[in-house]
Design a protein around this ligand. Structure first.
Ligand code: NAP
Length: 508
């Protein structure tokens, strides 16, 4: 048997590192963080495409317990966010827990031993509790395009940028117009010979008021940390106030649409292009994108917008669904990720011997975004319906960490007499929670705005977004309500299980 730990954390992005920090702050050291890549950072390690930055202000898009007074810009770039994650890995003493190049291939619940068996690319582990922080934006999605295999040029996804490939002077096609593509386009447009953008659905794009954070501001935040906290609170408060329009009164968003239309009109003179770039669905239905350089880039003479999806590839010719053709040397897919069909779910086998993917075949469902019926002592960070349309995911992650910490506390309390204990959410509690979430979802702009997006699953159900304020989610996840859980107890004590240190035998 491999190493036994109290907790195995899967992934080392914001979610996994946040979980690890919280475990340490709760006084726990018996845990590992399993990471498939060679370094920490998750999506902020993998997405290194030109122009990559976060469109949520950095002072809000960082942990409240690890403020960074030195954020260089209002919207800092990927390099700085990744460096922040590396820094906090050191600052909170996480390195000894980190197991890089450990891809989790399977996690299987043992209903007799009451623990999880984890098979990784570098050996097995057992863990009383699994915190799955594999992330919803971790597995790139490239659409099945007929003929793509025969394309003679270069092909890559935005999250797997090939920095060795020189785009300068090439004819480049960018597929998609999501948050990634709209950052890539202005970053590469000055260098490439010809840029053809395949736009299936136009996004709503608002200006991004980015600027460098001055040395004086940074000094102030360093000298008086409460000033950075106030800044964060303001950024948070503004977004909390906006939520109501998304969740309850999408009609109010018409005013924002006029601002977004003015943003197009200011830059795009050609009426045909203007029309092609103007969305026909309610703003907010898809993520509102922020960029002040996207439309100016599209107005450049070396850029063509094909207002249709990529449908086929014939040799080096790309063919759109409307029949438009173009020649390309390279194709960059900004086509998003497997979100509602999370690949990690295929690798989790629960108490009934079935995978989480099978359990979720009609749509993802969890209790309070964290636990799933049939999967005892298993919890996910950024689980179903914990996403946000307009604010910082770090706020949601921190709420989930509160829930995780209380889950472990309750488990310890129940285990006080040396038996072995697991907590499994009651199916009725999961149903009730999801019913409430879906009832609230009915009025939201994501469901009523007249668009399709990755927020919706194959059945059109919104299983990704939280239909409320971050404060409401914080309240809903402050404590684990034991009445929502079944307490599973093992028949006898467990013997001879190796501890995290691998030196002493633990008897529970
Ligand atoms: P995305 O939002 O899922 O966008 C995928 C794009 O690909 C859509 O425009 C989609 O068109 C298009 N597409 C798919 N198949 C196509 C085809 N055959 N032809 C043409 N277009 C096609 O993916 P993403 O841009 O990578 O963003 C994913 C998420 O990552 C974001 O929503 C956000 O949460 C996060 N992100 C955040 C930031 C940030 O600054 N914070 C930056 C990047 C990404 P349709 O709209 O028609 O489906």
């Amino acid at each position: 048997m491999g190493q036994h730990v109290r907790v195995a954390v899967v992934g080392s992005g914001f979610g996994g590192l946040g979980a690890a920090i919280r475990l340490r702050r709760e006084g726990m050291t018996d845990f590992v963080v399993l990471e498939r890549a060679g370094s920490v950072g998750g999506t902020w390690r993998d997405n290194s495409y030109p122009g990559c930055a976060c469109d949520v202000p950095s002072h809000l898009y960082s942990f409240s317990f690890a403020p960074n007074p030195d954020w260089p810009r209002v919207f800092s770039g990927q390099r700085h966010i990744r460096a922040y994650l590396e820094r906090i890995t050191d600052a909170f003493g996480l390195r000894p827990h980190l197991r890089t190049h450990h891809e989790v291939r399977l996690m299987r619940w043992d209903p007799d031993a009451l623990y999880w068996e984890l098979e990784t690319s570098r050996g097995t582990f057992t863990a009383d509790v699994v915190i799955s922080a594999a992330g919803p934006l971790s597995d790139p999605r490239i659409p099945d395009i007929p003929g793509l295999d025969g394309f003679p040029g270069k092909v890559f996804h935005s999250a797997r940028w090939d920095h060795d490939y020189e785009l300068r002077g090439k004819r480049v096609a960018v597929i998609g117009t999501g948050a990634s593509a709209i950052q890539i386009v202005p970053a590469i447009q000055p260098d490439v010979r010809r840029l053809t953008l395949f736009q299936r659905t136009p996004p709503w794009v608002m200006p991004r008021a980015d600027r460098a954070i001055s040395a004086a501001e940074r000094r102030l935040h360093r000298a008086l940390p409460f000033t950075a906290a106030v800044r964060r609170k303001l950024l948070w408060g503004i977004r909390e106030l906006q939520v109501q329009a998304f969740t309850k009164r999408p009609d109010e968003l018409g005013l924002v649409e006029s601002l977004a239309k003015a943003n197009i009109a200011r830059v795009i003179e050609d009426p045909a292009l203007r029309a092609a770039l103007t969305p026909s669905y309610r703003i907010g239905c898809k993520r509102i994108l922020l960029s002040s350089s996207y439309y100016p880039a599209l107005a450049q003479p070396n850029v063509d917008v094909v207002a249709s999806g990529l449908a086929e590839v014939r040799g080096s010719t790309l063919v759109a669904a409307d029949g438009t053709e173009c020649e390309a040397d390279a194709v960059v897919f900004g086509t998003g990720f497997h979100v509602t069909d999370m690949p990690i779910a295929e690798r989790v086998v629960g108490a009934e011997g079935i995978t989480l993917a099978e359990t979720w075949r009609n749509g993802m469902e969890s209790l309070r975004g964290a636990t799933a019926a049939g999967f005892p002592n298993w919890m996910t960070i950024i689980g179903p319906n914990t996403g946000l349309g307009n604010s910082s995911m770090i706020l949601m992650i921190e709420s989930q960490l509160n829930y995780m910490a209380d889950f472990l506390r309750q488990l310890d309390g129940l285990d006080a007499f040396g038996g072995r204990v697991a907590l499994a959410p009651r199916p009725a509690a999961v149903r009730t929670w999801n019913h409430r979430v879906q009832e609230r979802m009915k009025r939201t702009v994501w469901n009523t705005g007249g668009c399709t997006s990755w927020y919706l699953d194959a059945n059109g159900r919104n299983t990704t977004i939280w239909p409320g304020t971050t404060a409401e989610f914080r309240r809903a996840t402050r404590r684990v309500d034991l009445s929502e859980y079944e307490v599973i107890r093992a028949a006898g004590p467990r013997e001879g299980v190796r501890s995290a240190a691998g030196e002493r035998e633990t008897v529970r």
